[in-house]
Design a protein around this ligand. Structure first.
Ligand SMILES: Nc1ncnc2c1ncn2[C@@H]1O[C@H](COP(=O)(O)OP(=O)(O)OP(=O)(O)O)[C@@H](O)[C@H]1O
Ligand SMILES: [Mg+2]
Length: 281
């Protein structure tokens, strides 16, 4: 669906994106995970044809994206990082307007319902909260049923239940066979949603794999357990490959005296900082 080869781009004379290479397969959720300023939105702007002054090859749907075919924007949907809505129009009027730019669109009412905005659809966007704008901006990218979706921080500013709603809608899009490029600095979203994730720092990709592989490859797999002794709670860690040698653990299991036990793989944030020397949050 997307092939990027030897991509170079800078906003200034100082090099920024240098020799970036990656490919996105049809039907996958491909994530860009990186701290603020890493270049996530810049890459998205290049992939959506908004920045054409790059060097290298950026093929989206087999066409160089700086020379898009005339129906290109019918086939992609973009949820921009900052809501791009008309504040003086209501949510329904906004959707109706953006839908009018496309040849074929979905009915608007179910879309509004899907993100819990149906009852507020006649309010002016100026009176919307940050999270409401974010949800409206998200469904705006879906009105024309695009095959390829670019979502830049779609859950930022959302409370946990609305973030869940949006994440389920993203998974629904994937189930329909859509390809999704997701930009985030939230490692939980990346772990849950992405088939593959690229770690991006200072304009370059430092690692690219499925979240599970990234975790498992580096996983110093440990279990951690707690028990009580002389009125105090104690915690111990032991490698998964050496549990049989841990006499304390053996004894606690035999005597049913374990208080808790769980495995403690590193999370994506741990892997990210190990590979890049930077923290995400
Ligand atoms: N229009 C612009 N002109 C000049 N520099 C820019 C422009 N847009 C972004 N930059 C710079 O490019 C770098 C990458 O910005 P970008 O918006 O791609 O980061 P990001 O990874 O999306 O960060 P965030 O998580 O904060 O959204 C930053 O140093 C930023 O200051
Ligand atoms: Mg950004």
């Amino acid at each position: 669906m997307i092939q990027v080869e030897n991509l170079h781009f800078s906003y200034t004379k100082v090099p920024f994106i240098q020799n970036m290479n990656f490919a996105v397969h049809s039907g996958e959720i491909f994530g860009f995970l990186g701290p603020s300023g890493a270049g996530k939105s810049t890459v998205q702007k290049i992939l959506t044809g908004l920045i054409g002054t790059y060097q290298g090859n950026v093929l989206v749907q087999n066409r160089e994206v700086k020379h898009p075919h005339k129906d290109f924007y019918e086939t992609i949907g973009v949820d921009f990082e900052f809501p791009s809505l008309y504040e003086k129009l209501t949510a329904r009027e906004n959707l109706r307007f953006f839908a009018s730019l496309y040849k074929k669109t979905l009915p608007l009412e179910p879309l509004l319902e899907s993100v819990g905005l149906a009852s507020e659809a006649d309010k002016k966007v100026a009176e919307y909260s940050k999270g409401m704008k974010s949800r409206l901006n998200f469904i705006k990218s879906l009105v024309h049923e695009p095959q390829l979706l670019f979502l830049d921080e779609p859950t930022s500013g959302l409370d946990p239940s609305n973030a869940r709603l949006v994440k389920d809608l993203i998974l629904e899009q994937k189930a329909k066979g859509r390809t999704i490029i997701l930009t985030t600095h939230n490692m939980f979203d990346a772990t849950e949603l992405c088939d593959r994730v690229a770690f991006i720092v200072d304009g370059s990709i430092r690692a690219l794999d499925s979240p599970r592989n990234l975790i498992m490859k580096r996983g110093a797999h440990q279990i951690s357990y707690t028990y009580q002794s002389e009125g105090l709670e104690h915690q111990r860690n032991v490698g998964l490959s050496t549990t049989a040698d841990d006499m304390m653990l053996q004894m606690l299991i035999k005597e049913n005296h374990l208080l808790s036990i769980h495995s403690s793989e590193p999370n994506l944030n741990d892997i990210f900082s190990e590979l890049t020397g930077r923290r995400l949050q």
